[in-house]
Design a protein around this ligand. Structure first.
Ligand code: AP5
Ligand code: MG
Length: 221
């Protein structure tokens, strides 16, 4: 049976970092709505421009647009065994739409929802040091997870970049948006017996091991 893992947590909590590391461990792809919206940067359409503006302000892209791109993505063949959902759902209507989509299109349901929680100060600290590879998407932190050679990707040597929405004031706004719109999903999934809370302030590899164990146990049940 396919596994749909929803990684829940505020900005900087490690959703992207863990999804990338877990892809190999659990054999299902990362589906990141943030990455998909960022990839629209190169498109010159009214929708793409609107999405870039919303992201730069740290607000949420409308539910209908977000649900549609996830629908298309989950229908692709590499998602036949499920997906590691990173940054989706982010509102109760998105969670309801996901439940409906999984049920109707895949006769399936959300498998487990690991929750990674950090404070707003930790989010600012982590995100201000984050660097990413524009070619392969690898994530680093200048202090907590530095590349072997400063400013260069370990995998392909590309010059590492910072995201447009990673200015401290936008990170604080994104954190507030998380509290207002996404935090209600904690109870949504707790009520359904799917929530698993992990300590997100531990070394990256310790969290990956805990996540992999939790996912393996749940998919065996
Ligand atoms: P998105 O790209 O999803 O951003 P986010 O949720 O704000 O989360 P981040 O990507 O900033 O953090 P992360 O949890 O992935 O942490 P990371 O692993 O990078 O969304 C961006 C925007 O797109 C939204 O604001 C919105 O506009 C739009 N959007 C996306 N999805 C949407 C949706 N469903 N609906 C509507 N709009 C949507 O780690 C951060 C840093 O910390 C890295 O440098 C990393 O190396 C480091 N780090 C990670 N783990 C640890 C650790 N354990 N210890 C120390 N450092 C660590
Ligand atoms: Mg991310």
């Amino acid at each position: 049976m396919a596994a749909y893992i929803v990684l829940l947590g505020p900005p900087g909590s490690g959703k992207g970092t863990q999804a990338k590391l877990l892809t190999d461990e659990v054999g299902i792809p990362q589906v990141s709505t943030g990455d998909m919206f960022r990839a629209m940067k190169t498109q010159d359409t009214p929708l793409a421009r609107k999405v870039q503006q919303i992201m730069a302000e740290g607000k949420l892209v409308p539910d209908d647009v977000t649900i549609e791109i996830v629908k298309e993505r989950l229908a692709q063949s590499d998602c036949s065994k499920g997906a590691l959902l990173d940054g989706f759902p982010r509102t109760v209507p998105q969670a309801e739409a996901l439940d409906k989509l999984l049920e109707e299109s895949f006769h399936s349901q959300v498998t487990i929802v690991p929750l990674l929680s950090i404070t707003v100060e930790e989010a600012v600290r982590r995100i201000s040091g984050r660097r990413g590879c524009p070619q392969c998407g690898a994530l680093y932190h200048v202090e907590f997870n530095p590349p072997r050679e400063m400013g260069k990707c370990d995998h392909d040597g590309a010059k590492l970049v910072q995201r447009d929405d990673d200015r401290p004031e936008v990170v604080r706004e994104r954190y507030q948006v998380y509290l207002d719109n996404t935090a209600p999903l904690i109870n949504y999934y707790r009520d359904r017996g799917l929530l698993v809370e992990l300590d997100a302030v531990q070394p990256i590899e310790v969290i990956t091991a805990e996540l992999a164990d939790t996912i393996r146990q749940r998919t065996k049940e």
